[in-house]
Write a protein that binds this ligand. Structure first.
Ligand code: ARG
Length: 274
């Protein structure tokens, strides 16, 4: 009798150990349990996400942040923001140091190999920033930029657009390390390079370009834009986290249906363009 009891205890303990090991929590369950949702972003992208002073404190704001806050609220979690270089965001998702990325990120096939994307929540064209003093030279046609040094944020789709659509680099050569495009991790550093004449143009999402030229009076927008063939911004989560992906998608489509995303965007655009 005693022996049997012991044996049952032992079996139960083993079963519990196996279960707790095999039943590793999904990200969705972990977020619900910890009541924390960690957002990865790159806050150099007004009006999507940017730094501002709020009550004397450095704060990250923008419409991506508002969307992320609404998602966190739907999940019953507090939003925690981690700011990093754009080209580090996907690795942060894969390693699990963030739960979700919103960073004006375009879902591409290449990125889809490593992470899952929600539906698109915002679309924009690509704009070109140049110096006002170059209005005549580069302002009117993209062809005028063919032999210039163009800047783009490292790891962004803009690098590819500049190579293919402005420089005319063939598809086969587009992925090769190329010296023709100047890639830097942060947008403000590209702005400095443009102001000081080290590069002649920057390609970036149009709403962002509009913001930077509103602040930097020596810079302007070229009159032409590029369509974003790949189609706009989406949120990303770690691959295979189906429940989290579904929850984020649900929040996003509710925000879209109620017109809230457009209101967030309009408010963010207004708040940065003084
Ligand atoms: N949409 C572009 C891409 O996905 C650029 C996004 C840059 N975002 C940022 N927060 N700096 O590649």
């Amino acid at each position: 009798m005693k022996k049997n009891g012991l044996r049952i205890m032992c079996i139960l303990c083993c079963a519990a150990a196996v279960l707790s090991c095999a039943g590793k929590k999904s990200r969705y369950e972990a977020i619900q349990a910890e009541k924390k949702l960690v957002l990865g972003t790159c806050a150099d992208y007004p009006p999507y996400e940017f730094h501002t002073q709020k009550d004397g404190q450095d704060t990250i704001v923008g419409f991506d942040v508002e969307i992320a806050r609404a998602i966190a609220k739907d999940l019953g979690a507090e939003l925690i923001i981690r700011d990093m270089d754009f080209d580090g965001l996907l690795a942060a998702l894969v390693s699990g140091s963030v739960d979700m990325v919103l960073a004006g990120m375009t879902p591409t096939d290449e990125r889809r190999q490593n992470v899952d994307f929600t539906d698109i929540y915002y679309t924009a064209e690509q704009g070109i920033i140049i110096r006002k003093s170059d209005a005549e030279t580069y302002g009117a046609s993209a062809a005028s930029l063919k032999d210039t040094l163009i800047g783009a944020q490292r790891g962004t789709i803009q690098v590819g657009i500049a190579k293919k659509e402005i420089k005319g680099v063939s598809d086969a050569d587009a992925e090769k390390p190329h010296t023709q495009i100047k890639e830097l991790p942060k947008l403000p550093d590209l702005i400095m390079e443009l102001k000081s004449g080290k590069i002649d143009a920057i390609i970036v999402e149009l709403p962002v370009a509009e913001n930077y030229v509103a602040v930097h009076r020596d810079l302007m927008l070229a009159s032409y834009t590029f369509k974003d063939a790949e189609g706009g911004s989406a949120a990303a989560v770690k691959k295979g986290e189906a429940q989290l992906l579904a929850a984020v998608n649900k929040s996003i489509s509710a925000l879209q249906a109620s017109g809230q995303i457009n209101r967030f965007a309009a408010a963010a655009i207004e708040s940065v363009e003084q």
